[in-house]
Write a protein that binds this ligand. Sequence first.
Ligand SMILES: *[C@@H]1O[C@H](CO)[C@@H](O)[C@H](O)[C@H]1NC(C)=O
Ligand SMILES: *[C@@H]1O[C@H](CO)[C@@H](O)[C@H](O)[C@H]1NC(C)=O
Length: 342
Amino acid sequence: MELHWQLPAIIVCLQILLADAFLPPEERKCKYARIERLLRIRCYNLDLKEVPQNLKTSVEVLDLSYNRIKKLKSDSFQKYTDIKFLMLYENMILSVEPGTFEPLTSLQEIDLSNNGLTTIPLELFQLPRLRNLYIDSNELKSLDLNALEKPIRAPLEYLNIAKCELKELPDLGIMPKLWQLNASMNPLQDFKIDSLANLCHLRTIDLTKTQLSQCGCQQVTQHLTMLGASPQYVPVCMEPLDIRECPLPYNRTIHSATFASCQTSVELAETRSFWLFAAGCFGGVFVVLLVLLFCVIRCRRKRAQRRLRNAQQRKPFVISPRNAINNRKPEDEPLHCDTAHA
Ligand SMILES: *[C@@H]1O[C@H](CO)[C@@H](O)[C@H](O)[C@H]1NC(C)=O
Ligand SMILES: *[C@@H]1O[C@H](CO)[C@@H](O)[C@H](O)[C@H]1NC(C)=O
């Protein structure tokens, strides 16, 4: 009964929801909105083959997911330098021209998952604000990182390389801020525990559905426990192993020079930001003092000028006619001094 009542409403809702999907592609348009004060443009599921070039250039969140983009060109994002969040998942991206992402110096998060990339565009790792990188479900089988400049400049905190046919974790150099790494669903046959020495602040690593060896599994679990991180997403290790066959990992992770340099770089960054902060405070106080001093000097000068002006406005003493008359008998009466305003 009740369903009968609601049916028309449900049909209207469905029509509204689906209307867009049935319009011919050229009539579907990107939608503009403000989300938490950011300008968001959604060009989701529009059969786009290229990055549209007629959007408002101040776009901060750009959603280009579920399209048919095959190639990103060096001028694809040249106009859109304010982008902070970029969604490119579920396209057909096979290649990215060098320089494509270079203009995106405000970029904080990019989602390139579910494409056909065979390599990670290395320039992503040099973006000064990039914190979150999703590149899962691509074909990074033969990832070549020889040209990567290390340490990377991007302050990466989250990296998802799940389902990419990787045999080992990529060596991206020290990443002191990375706390979450998702490498699940990769055949990590060549996994080496050493690769975790670069990640001194790792809190979560997803290694589910990888072909991690029993020793690898033991070592990762021990390493995470020592770090105080949770081995929640590490496959359960079945058998305890002989330390002679599978040594404790610490010499190659927490007690290694790489781990130490990762930690020092964090401390350096912290000290640097402390000194920057201190310099900022000092500078601020200095400016305030300077302004105060300026005011005091100005006030004083003004007061002095006012006094001077008052003095000048005062007319000079005049000798009153009475005195002039009295000139005749100066010894009888003293001179009277009159000022003009007195
Ligand atoms: C890791 O990524 C896969 C694929 O994107 C996802 O299904 C899984 O939930 C992620 N794991 C965690 C811990 O977020
Ligand atoms: C770790 O290294 C120290 C010295 O650097 C060595 O004495 C110790 O046996 C090593 N431990 C393992 C488990 O390899």
